[in-house]
Structure formats: structure tokens, C-alpha cells
Design a protein around this ligand. Structure first.
Ligand code: KIV
Length: 262
């Protein structure tokens, strides 16, 4: 794969029934691996707050932190489309603030699009962004930034509301919508109803694509993984083995040897 993925590529993939693969990344080396491994869309998620910063939620992540992570991910991605996640309170206070913050991701960080959480309530913001040429990925269902409002990370089952939110964000101009933590049959109904691609996370197999958190699929975290995650590697264990071996070598005078010396 050589050409750059754009929103048109994603529309095309939906129309051909080709699955869109999305994954989070937060730094240069892992973004490069994702890009070279065929991931179509790299999301610089505000999940950075949990899997990199060690917080219990995503609420404390700042715009400056997201711009920093997006810039180093965008530097690595030669093929994948890079989407920057708008952190909590960077788009909720006014449309003007939302536009200014979204603009930073494209101007300063090299993202091709932004993502924000919410359905009908954020449609005026989505419209304002797309009107000035900022592609927006919407995110409905379980909204991690509303964890306190939802009373925890809970599967969302109100089919009527979910479908209406999905239709609203599409009408407002979103190029895609993440469906998080919703039953598979509702995600299927939404996917069939929309002309823009749906990207599922904990939303079953009928979405146009899937997204997961890099640290979860590679086994880099010690947090309990949600049911919807499939773990494909155990990097945390491998890293611990490597570091323990280094500690032992230094303590036993097995490193450095002549070969590592000048
Ligand atoms: O922040 C994030 O990583 C996300 C997804 C996994 C959808 O919003």
C-alpha cells in the first residue's frame, strides 16, 4: 500500500464492503509500526490519558498534550489517515473555541481530521468544522468523556436514540462515526442506515470497520481488559523479561563486556 488514505478512500471501502481497520497510536515508533502494518486510520486517542499517562479516565488530557502526540504520530504515518481526538472541554464551551482547537490539529500537528464525542448535541459544532474544511469523525454510544454522567463505562442500549444520533451526525457532515459499547444488532441497523462508514469498538461485527486501543491489543497494559478487546501480543511480559535480564547482567557484571566497550 502506498497511497494516502483519505475520507474518499473510506467512502469507497464502505461501498465495496471492504473493512476499515483503525487503531490508536500515541508516539512515533508505534505509529510507524501501525502504518507499515496496513492500518488505514490511526486515531491519536485521548485514551492516551489512561494507557500512557496512567489515569483512570480520559478527562485530564489537555489540548497541548494531544497536539504533541498527534504531531509525532503524523510524522510517522506515511499511508494511514491520522485523526486527532478532541480532549474533554476542548469543544464543549463554544463553537469558536472548538473551531480554534480543531484547527490546531490540522495546522500545528499534521492531522487530517478530528474526532469528537456526542450525538445531536454536538451537531452544530460538527457542521461549523466541516464548513471550514475540517473533517470530523463523530463518536456515539458509550462516551468515555461522559463517564461520570453515565455512572460508569456502560453499554448503551437505547436503539432509537442511537439511530437518531447517528443520523444527526451524518446530516451535520461527519465523514464517519465511531460506535462504542452498543449491542451488535443496533450497530448493524445504524451501519445499514448510514452512507458514512461506522467504526465499531465493542459494537459487534457488522460495522464498516473496527478500532481498538493499541496498548490493549499488544498486551502493554496491566489494566483489566474490556470484553470487546482481543489481545494479539504480550509486550508487557516481554518488556519485563528484557528489563529483568538487563538488571541481572549489570548486577552480575555480565554487562558491559569488551564488545560493548571502546
Ligand atoms: O480515545 C480513544 O482511544 C477512543 C477510541 C478507542 C474510539 O476514543
Amino acid at each position: 500500500m502506498t497511497s494516502r488514505i483519505t475520507i474518499n478512500t473510506l467512502y469507497d471501502m464502505k461501498s465495496k464492503g471492504e473493512k476499515i481497520v483503525s487503531l490508536t497510536a500515541y508516539d512515533y515508533p508505534f505509529a510507524k509500526i501501525a502504518d507499515e502494518s496496513g492500518v488505514h486510520v490511526i486515531l491519536v486517542g485521548d485514551s492516551v490519558g489512561m494507557v500512557v499517562q496512567g489515569d483512570a479516565h480520559t478527562l485530564a488530557v489537555t489540548m497541548d498534550e494531544m497536539v504533541y502526540h498527534t504531531r509525532i504520530v503524523a510524522r510517522a504515518a506515511q499511508h494511514a489517515m491520522v485523526v486527532a481526538d478532541m480532549p474533554f472541554m476542548s469543544y464543549q464551551t463554544s463553537v469558536g473555541t472548538a473551531l480554534a482547537n480543531a484547527g490546531r490539529f490540522l495546522k500545528e500537528a499534521g492531522a487530517a481530521a478530528v474526532k469528537l464525542e456526542g450525538g445531536a448535541t454536538v451537531c452544530s459544532t460538527i457542521k461549523a468544522m466541516t464548513d471550514v474544511g475540517i473533517p470530523v469523525q463523530a463518536h456515539i454510544g458509550l462516551l468515555p468523556q461522559s463517564v461520570h454522567q453515565m455512572g460508569g463505562y456502560r453499554v448503551q442500549r437505547d436503539a432509537e436514540r442511537l439511530l437518531s444520533d447517528a443520523r444527526s451526525v451524518e446530516a451535520a457532515g461527519a465523514f464517519s462515526v465511531v460506535l462504542e459499547g452498543i449491542p451488535a444488532d443496533i450497530a448493524r441497523e445504524i451501519t445499514l442506515a448510514l452512507s458514512i462508514p461506522t467504526i465499531g469498538i465493542g459494537a459487534g461485527s457488522h460495522c464498516d470497520g473496527q478500532i481498538l486501543v493499541m496498548h490493549d491489543i499488544l498486551g502493554m497494559t496491566d489494566r483489566r481488559l474490556p470484553k470487546f478487546v482481543k489481545q494479539y501480543a504480550s509486550l508487557r511480559l516481554q518488556a519485563a523479561e528484557g528489563i529483568k535480564a538487563y538488571v541481572q547482567d549489570v548486577q552480575n557484571n555480565a554487562f558491559p563486556t569488551e564488545t560493548h566497550s571502546y
